[in-house]
Design a protein. Structure first.
Length: 224
């Protein structure tokens, strides 16, 4: 993690473009039928139990089986590959992009991901903290818990088999947790963000600065 952070450069970047851009790709091979147009507004999954599906984005049909793909994030369709309408596409083909307006909390999370050491998921699976780590977090909180390379910190649950995952990054405290126990994470997604103990004041400075400046820099619609 860098010793110094150029706060002005970071905030200027988000002021100029306070959005995330989610690229949506074909989940498997098939024929694509779009359900949105460029400029369409879309909503993500919602409801108390996340039971209301997001806005329909496209259908993809393979061997007479049609699957509807819905939005996982809210925003506006900023680009769409209209030339692929009714065409056969390969898995992973980029189909459209959703421009998602960032909220203050999301800006802070994005900046933290730039400055923390991110420990990634080795495979698509469900993850849990090890019993020892979970017990220590419940007693003292994650930011009071220092982990070292080689520590068994997480259990990976895959195909009804649990495998211990040993930490391989730099020593530090668990500043951010990006997984929900029992919910699948894709390979490569960050599970936790680690901060060296002596860098905690710097991280807090980042958060304080963004909280103080965000409302003044960004249109109020994005401020919360």
């Amino acid at each position: 993690m860098a010793e110094e952070i150029d706060f002005d450069a970071i905030l200027s970047k988000y002021r100029a473009d306070p959005y995330d851009y989610a690229e949506i790709c074909a989940s498997h091979t098939g024929v694509v039928t779009f359900k949105v147009e460029e400029g369409s507004s879309v909503n993500c999954t919602s409801g108390e139990w996340q039971h209301i599906p997001g806005s329909p984005l496209f259908e993809i049909t393979r061997e007479r089986n049609t699957k509807l793909i819905t939005a996982k994030t809210n925003g506006t369709i900023s680009s769409i590959r209209t030339e692929l309408e009714g065409q056969f596409v390969e898995a992973g083909e980029k189909l459209l992009t959703i421009r998602h307006p960032l909220k203050k909390k999301e800006v802070i999370e994005n900046i933290l991901k730039e400055v923390l050491y991110l420990f990634p998921a080795p495979e698509r699976a469900k993850y849990f903290f090890s019993l020892d780590i979970q017990s220590r977090i419940e007693k003292r909180g994650s930011k009071a818990l220092t982990i070292q390379p080689g520590d068994e910190i997480i259990i990976m649950s895959l195909m009804k088999r649990d495998t211990p995952i040993y930490y391989t990054g730099e020593a530090g405290v668990i500043h951010s947790v990006y997984f929900t126990p029992g919910v699948s994470m894709d390979q490569g997604q960050a599970l936790i963000g680690i901060c060296a103990s002596d860098k905690l004041p710097l991280i807090q400075k980042v958060i304080t600065r963004v909280k103080a400046d965000w409302d003044k820099l960004i249109d109020p619609v994005h401020a919360e």
